[in-house]
Design a protein around this ligand. Structure first.
Ligand SMILES: Cc1cc2nc3c(=O)[nH]c(=O)nc-3n(C[C@H](O)[C@H](O)[C@H](O)COP(=O)(O)OP(=O)(O)OC[C@H]3O[C@@H](n4cnc5c(N)ncnc54)[C@H](O)[C@@H]3O)c2cc1C
Length: 465
């Protein structure tokens, strides 16, 4: 590839093209996970679908590997490649809301924060993740779970249509009435089928004020806290959700000073109904197991969505694994409390995410999502260090913890968006044989050459549909 080739690409794109040495190149290649350190030959900062098609065409013409960057949060760093071309969608972050139709049109590179800001201006929301700097693109295409999942399903369940640029540069629309196979595959099958330049989502009335209740116990009360969380998960009303997180208490204003940095367990409850209903959910928690401290407050939904932004900030070093549990058995609880004492970094954490309610009302095969639609829990083991040299020890902790809990897991799969290593067998197991085969046929139809392979990859089936 010559300098003149890059100049030719620059004339084709409305967005900026960066190569090594250009101002902005290092910023553009810096992933959320500080451990990722890769140097693409070309970064194409795309301003729209035409740019995306031109960038893909250029990469294929010059034999460059392609990666696709939405919010740059994938822990494995699938959004960036060495020596290839990164299709950077971050300039495509516009969100347009039609409040009457309860629909949002969202650029392929938008963040959850931009989505929440635009939709909450109308008291509406799309169910999505719990950290506002995460990208809509990768999150929605792999599933998308968060506080609103039991009320309105996954982010992918709320996709109405998508504009997609395929590996051969075509611009397609996928929806229930158009390219149905592609529309099915986009709802859980990840970035395998093309670059989504625009998502259209269904919106729901949410907030703007919601109710938070957070309770904290030390490691010594871990088993009781987990059992309490288990009972709570089973009995929550339809307009509330809860999460269990094992972390060190942050030095936040609502945490009494003597508990700053103390390791322990948080049960966090969010109520989307009235203050009275919320109080009714919280009272039995307090009565059953008095916490070391609690934080109960109404807060804007937008603030709820930013609550973990700082803990999960850009540039720290991360590693993660996940699995699904049907239920939090006593044996699983024993393993969790045992392994949770062994982490060496105060930033590492364990998250138990409840998948229930509206999530279970979607048919197993209605979308390509890689996980059963029966009520269960997604367990995410996350290693976090400030110092890269300490990550190896925390990675070992995550792996041994995950191995220990694995015999209690539902199936051999896990949430495809929580894989720091894209192991083919685990990707296959996450979808199960029938869904994987169907995805492989759709892959063969839209990306037979596996141009989009830096992801939880689906190998194209030999026989296209
Ligand atoms: C701090 C943090 C919090 C998280 N919280 C949650 C959560 O609450 N709930 C949840 O479900 N998940 C959560 N996740 C996981 C998250 O869903 C994945 O990391 C996801 O890949 C992030 O998407 P992204 O666009 O930011 O990532 P990127 O790294 O930019 O993209 C990941 C992959 O997605 C594909 N991709 C992205 N955008 C597009 C597009 N427009 N078109 C085609 N392909 C695309 C590409 O294959 C790319 O390699 C979280 C992750 C982090 C780091």
């Amino acid at each position: 590839m010559q300098i003149t080739d890059i100049e030719a690409l620059r004339t084709q794109l409305s967005g900026v093209v960066l190569t090594r040495g250009d101002t902005g190149y290092h910023e553009a290649r810096s992933a959320w996970n500080g451990e990722i350190d890769r140097y693409p030959a070309v970064i194409a900062r795309c301003a729209g679908a035409t740019d995306v098609a031109a960038a893909i065409g250029f990469a294929r013409q010059h034999g460059l590997e392609i990666s696709v960057r939405g919010g740059f949060h994938n822990t494995a760093g699938t959004a960036i490649c060495n020596d290839g071309l990164m299709v950077d969608l971050s300039p495509m972050c516009r969100v347009e809301v039609d409040p009457a139709a309860r629909r949002a049109r969202v650029g392929g590179g938008a963040t959850l924060g931009a989505l929440d800001a635009a939709t909450q201006a109308h008291g509406l929301a799309v169910p999505a993740g719990i950290v506002s700097h995460t990208g809509v693109g990768g999150l929605a295409l792999g599933g998308g779970m968060g506080w609103l999942t039991p009320l309105f399903g996954l982010t992918a369940d709320n996709l109405v249509s998508a504009e997609v640029v395929t590996a051969d540069g075509r611009r397609l629309r996928a929806a229930a009435d158009e390219n149905q196979d592609l529309f099915w595959a986009l709802r859980g099958g990840g970035g395998n089928f093309g670059v989504v330049t625009e998502f259209e989502f269904q919106l729901h009335p949410v907030g703007p004020l919601v109710h938070l209740g957070m309770f904290f116990w030390g490691l010594d009360q871990g088993a009781e806290a987990l059992r309490l969380g288990r009972d709570l998960f089973a009995t929550l009303p339809g307009n509330a959700n809860a999460m269990i997180i094992s972390v060190n208490a942050p030095p936040a204003p609502f945490v009494p000073e003597q508990f700053h940095f103390m390791p322990g367990y948080i049960v966090a409850v969010v109520g989307f109904g009235s203050a009275e209903e919320h109080a009714g959910v919280l009272a039995p928690i307090r009565a059953a197991l008095p916490p070391l401290f609690e934080f109960v407050t109404p807060l804007p939904y937008i603030q709820l969505q930013q609550m973990f932004d700082e803990e999960a900030r850009w540039g720290l070093n991360y590693y993660e694994k996940a699995l699904y549990l049907d239920r939090l058995s006593d044996d699983a609880i024993s393993l969790i409390t045992e392994h949770q004492t062994r982490k060496t970094s105060p930033r590492s954490m364990l998250e138990l995410v409840r998948l229930d309610g509206a999530y279970t009302e979607v048919g197993e095969d209605d979308t390509a999502f890689g996980g059963s639609r029966s009520a269960h829990i997604s367990v995410n083991f996350v290693a976090v260090t400030e110092d890269l040299t300490l990550l190896a020890a925390e990675r070992a902790w995550v792996r041994s913890f995950w191995e220990a809990l694995r015999p209690h897991a539902t199936g051999a799969g896990s949430y495809v968006n929580a894989m720091a290593e894209m192991e083919e067998d685990r990707v296959r197991a996450s979808y199960g044989p029938a869904k994987y085969e169907r995805l492989a046929r759709v892959k063969a139809a839209y990306d037979p050459d596996n141009v989009f392979h830096l992801n939880a990859n689906i190998t194209p089936a030999l026989q296209p549909i």
